[in-house]
Design a protein around this ligand. Structure first.
Ligand SMILES: Cc1ncc(C[n+]2csc(CCOP(=O)(O)OP(=O)(O)O)c2C)c(N)n1
Length: 281
């Protein structure tokens, strides 16, 4: 359970990250708003509370790592990294443009603070497992690797190969999240390949697993704290989320994976979000 001032700080930073995500996607004209907005609380919680990082030394060897396996959600991570000081906030407005450090899919060779390149779905989770295993081998006993996987992405077979190895090897410094926003590129996960019983599936693979509301900071904090107490098993936190949460024109919309956001929609959607936050809805 988080104290009131930490919770207030996290909510403020989440609102700010949502606004910056909308603004940076709008600066290019379109982008992956849906899957960016559903993971904001997780990113903000990890970077503001949980992770052992140095923004002035992004390559610090003993740092915690984050692999955004659903690499198309880069804009949300960029918004958080910019605010944490990895690069100037003004660079957010170069998203996806020629010469940018911020491609639409995360790239560790281009962006300070990005720990692994992703975008070809299914691969990042394996990389996260490898990084976590390497941390153990190198003796960084207090270092964790976090991974964020999509529910659509979980249809990739490679996800389950990584799960199999992580469980067999007992890689307990791997703390992964699956963002179950119920949607993927072209529709509802339920209509394509349903991802039922994910918590139980991961338990079967030898994980310590949780299922929580992914927009609830206290639930995220409690799950991570519980995970860190369980030794000898990797951890999977299933996040029940809403795709496009906070970009109101995309909420409840089937085609909210990648959307066009013009100047007018940017302004009106940010105003509507702030109004909703102020009303405490
Ligand atoms: C191997 C591979 N196949 C297809 C794609 C195209 N693609 C990009 S995002 C996406 C949907 C992913 O759905 P999900 O993991 O649920 O992401 P979210 O809804 O959270 O954005 C697809 C199919 C890809 N990037 N990589």
């Amino acid at each position: 359970m988080l104290d009131a001032s930490t919770l207030a700080m996290l909510k403020k930073e989440a609102l700010d990250a949502r606004i910056k995500t909308i603004e940076c996607i709008s600066s290019f004209g379109s982008g992956h708003i849906g899957g960016s907005m559903s993971i904001i609380e997780t990113l903000v919680y990890l970077y503001y509370v949980e992770m052992k990082i140095r923004s002035d030394e992004p390559d610090w060897k003993e740092r915690d790592r984050l692999v955004l396996s659903k690499g198309h959600s880069g804009p949300a991570l960029y918004a958080v990294l910019a605010k944490k000081g990895y690069f100037p906030v003004s660079e957010l407005m170069t998203l996806n443009q020629g010469g940018t450090k911020l491609p639409s899919h995360v790239d560790m060779l281009k962006t300070p603070g990005i720990d692994f390149t992703a975008g070809s779905l299914g691969q990042g989770f394996s990389a996260a497992l490898g990084i976590a295993a390497a941390q153990r081998l190198q003796g960084y006993s207090g270092s964790y690797t976090y991974a964020i996987v999509g529910d659509g992405e979980s249809q990739e077979g490679q996800i389950w190969e990584a799960a199999e190895c992580a469980g067999a090897w007992g890689v307990d410094n791997l703390i992964a999240f699956t963002d179950v926003n119920g949607q993927q590129l072209d529709g509802y996960t339920e209509d394509i390949i349903p991802m039922h019983h994910l918590k139980e599936r991961y338990e079967t693979f030898g994980f310590d697993a949780y299922a929580i509301n992914g927009h609830d900071f206290n639930a995220i904090a409690d799950a991570v704290a519980s995970a860190k107490k369980v030794k000898g098993k990797p951890h999977m936190i299933i996040l029940n989320t809403i795709k496009s949460y906070g970009y109101i024109p995309g909420e409840g919309v089937k085609s909210n994976h990648s959307m066009s956001i013009n100047e007018e929609t940017k302004k009106s959607s940010i105003e509507a979000l702030i109004k909703r936050e102020e009303a405490g809805e």
